[in-house]
Design a protein around this ligand. Structure first.
Ligand SMILES: *[C@@H]1O[C@H](CO)[C@@H](O)[C@H](O)[C@H]1NC(C)=O
Ligand SMILES: *[C@@H]1O[C@H](CO)[C@@H](O)[C@H](O)[C@H]1NC(C)=O
Ligand SMILES: *[C@@H]1O[C@H](CO)[C@@H](O)[C@H](O)[C@H]1NC(C)=O
Length: 485
């Protein structure tokens, strides 16, 4: 494969004039609009390796991500992934394991073109874009906080009382003081604490707000084809590193009517990070999505659900409402564990059993529900398209499957900064400030958390896994190779 040379590519921002009209509607919005315009409307001559909107073939490797993970040999999980290529039918459940035979990837059924107009009312036409890798942080690594971009995004926190909570190590066992204070901190990881601004379920009983995390990945196309055949729509929580790797898959998701939300640049536990690092993770991911789609999500999901009042306040200040997933009556997470199958700590059969339990427990809730599932690994996509989605579609009592925004009753225009006309969502500065300071004073006077012990073991389960970062690093090797060979 030849390097892709980007020549004198003019970035355009189709909606710049619309944005100008709305300049005064929201202080944060205006600030961001300036940032985006400055960075996007540039004319550049570059000889760097790049992915261009004109060359969609660079975004889909001929071979699968899984086989290249093996080649890179960077994780134990990788070593157990077979390299033989198989077709793209659904494997028997017993074969959906960490040693699964790698499937060839399915090309996108249609390619988006710059200028194409999305169906969402008022949405800007799809921009032309060129991803020049040297202009982005290293994939799957926490971006530097020294850049001019991050310093600019930090100004979005001005005027907000970001709670001064200590960082954690992301686990309850490893951060006992924070775990004991989890109720005061609104720390979801230890005890499942949430705030009124968090979305954790669909309001209507027996409604599943469907979502897939960590893509767009090499197998996402298989999932998109399945959803298309059944006329289903989902929410996708996308990782910035994957967006610049597979931009055309993101465009296909968006044009097909799926909802796009943000899931950080390198998938860290956010309570581990400093304010600047959190801003960098959010800011670069937001910029990646905006560069490729022309729209900016106003929602996000914290990796591992790891959010507390500090992370929450930063997210809200940057204009993004947090969406987590449901916990059942015993505080059990609605997690299919599909993400553990590639790593070998859970089998496909166990993941489907977990999903069946979730559906059964969901019938006991007064509300609908949101489940954690993924589209990054072949195994999790096969579990979804071969097993869990069919189970949900054939479930008794019957379920409604919708993207999360739809199940909330949000019009599609409310999902993106460029299309929304809703002045109270994402929350205006005044509401966030009032709420953050109310919560902060409540925190100062609150009695000790009573639920911390209950949740203290929950996060520890993650420790036995090869980290997602390590596995993604293997994928990056492939991508680097493809782009630069
Ligand atoms: C503000 O905080 C209160 C108390 O946590 C919560 O019930 C309410 O939903 C919050 N509202 C907003 C808009 O953040
Ligand atoms: C479902 O409910 C059962 C019985 O209460 C419980 O053991 C299990 O942990 C629950 N699972 C989830 C995901 O809520
Ligand atoms: C704005 O969004 C919020 C949250 O979804 C909703 O409650 C409110 O009704 C919306 N306002 C308008 C004017 O649509």
């Amino acid at each position: 494969m030849k390097p892709v040379i980007a020549l004198a590519t003019l970035f355009t921002l189709a909606s710049a004039t619309d944005w100008n009209a709305r300049r005064n509607f929201h202080a944060r919005f205006a600030k961001r609009q300036e940032t985006t315009t400055t960075s996007s409307v540039t004319s550049s001559v570059s000889t760097s390796t790049s992915v261009s909107s004109d060359v969609s073939s660079t975004t889909l490797p001929a071979t699968s991500g899984a086989s290249s993970v093996t080649a890179s040999g960077t994780t134990t999980a990788a070593a157990s992934v077979a390299t033989t290529l198989a077709g793209t039918s659904i494997p028997p459940l017993s074969e959906i394991t960490s040693g699964a035979i790698s499937e060839s990837t399915i090309p996108l059924s249609s390619t988006a073109t710059a200028g194409q107009v999305p169906s969402i009312s008022g949405a800007p036409a799809l921009p032309s874009y060129t991803i020049v890798s040297s202009e982005w942080p290293t994939m799957d690594q926490m971006p530097s906080t020294d850049s001019a971009e991050v310093q600019e995004w930090m100004t979005e926190l001005e005027g907000f009382d970001i709670p001064d909570l200590s960082t954690t190590d992301g686990t309850c066992a490893g951060s006992p003081e924070a775990a004991a204070d989890a109720a005061n901190r609104g720390w979801w990881t230890c005890g499942g604490y949430t705030r009124g601004t968090d979305i954790v379920a669909c309001p209507d009983k027996l409604t599943w707000g469907m979502s897939f995390d960590d893509g767009p990945g090499f197998y996402t196309t298989k999932l998109l084809d399945y959803l298309d055949e059944r006329d289903l729509k989902s929410t996708f929580f996308v990782v910035g590193s994957r967006v610049i790797q597979n931009p055309e898959i993101l465009r296909a998701e968006y044009l097909a009517g799926h909802e796009i939300s943000l899931h950080t640049w390198s998938h860290p536990d956010l309570t581990k990070l400093t304010n600047e690092q959190i801003v960098a993770e959010f800011g670069w991911t937001r910029k990646a999505i905006q560069t490729v789609l022309g729209v900016t999500p106003v929602t996000m999901r914290p990796p591992y659900g790891d959010i507390d009042d500090r992370v929450r306040a930063i997210s809200l200040a940057m204009g993004m409402v947090p969406i987590i997933w449901t916990r059942g009556k015993n505080n059990e997470q609605f997690d299919t564990n599909d993400w553990r199958v590639a790593g070998g700590t859970v089998t496909g059969t166990e993941s489907v059993e977990a999903f069946e339990n979730i559906l059964s427990n969901a019938t006991e809730l007064d509300t609908g529900f949101i489940v954690l599932q993924h589209d990054l690994y072949q195994q999790s996509v096969d579990l979804a398209v071969g097993y869990t989605l069919d189970l949900a579609l054939n479930f008794t009592p019957s379920l409604t499957l919708e993207p999360i925004g739809v199940c909330q009753g949000w019009p599609a225009t409310d999902l993106y900064l460029e299309t929304t006309t809703n002045t109270t969502f994402p929350y205006p500065d005044s509401v966030i400030s009032t709420n953050v300071s109310t919560t902060a004073s409540a925190r100062a006077t609150a009695v000790t958390a009573d639920g911390a012990a209950q949740g203290s073991g929950a996060r520890a389960n993650f420790a036995s896994l090869p980290t997602l970062g390590a596995m993604l690093a293997g994928l990056s090797v492939l991508v680097g190779g493809l782009l630069m060979v």
